[in-house]
Design a protein around this ligand. Structure first.
Ligand SMILES: [Zn+2]
Length: 90
């Protein structure tokens, strides 16, 4: 099961198609940054690279709630690597 969402970059000029898998709530991604914004240093706070040169900023509280409630995983183990490497968001 997956959900596909087009989310605009903070600049509003480009959209990234995000795929959410295994029931991960779409609210887990709160900001996306296009390659142009990254190049121009417009990234604000911690964001993590995904394919295509885009970066994502996560709401880790959402991810922790999901991991605890749906997967029975200790929320302390949830970080951006868990989300990206686990394929929950691409
Ligand atoms: Zn942008």
């Amino acid at each position: 099961m997956s959900i596909t969402v087009d989310k605009p970059c903070i600049c509003g000029k480009q959209h990234r198609t995000l795929i959410f898998r295994a029931g991960m709530p779409i609210e887990v991604v709160d900001r996306v940054y296009c390659p142009t914004c990254i190049e121009q240093g417009l990234k604000n706070g911690e964001a993590f690279p995904v394919r295509g040169g885009w970066y994502l900023h996560f709401n880790l509280d959402v991810a922790r709630m999901f991991a605890m409630a749906k997967l029975g995983i200790d929320p302390a183990l949830v970080n951006p690597g868990f989300i990206i490497d686990g394929g929950y968001v691409d």
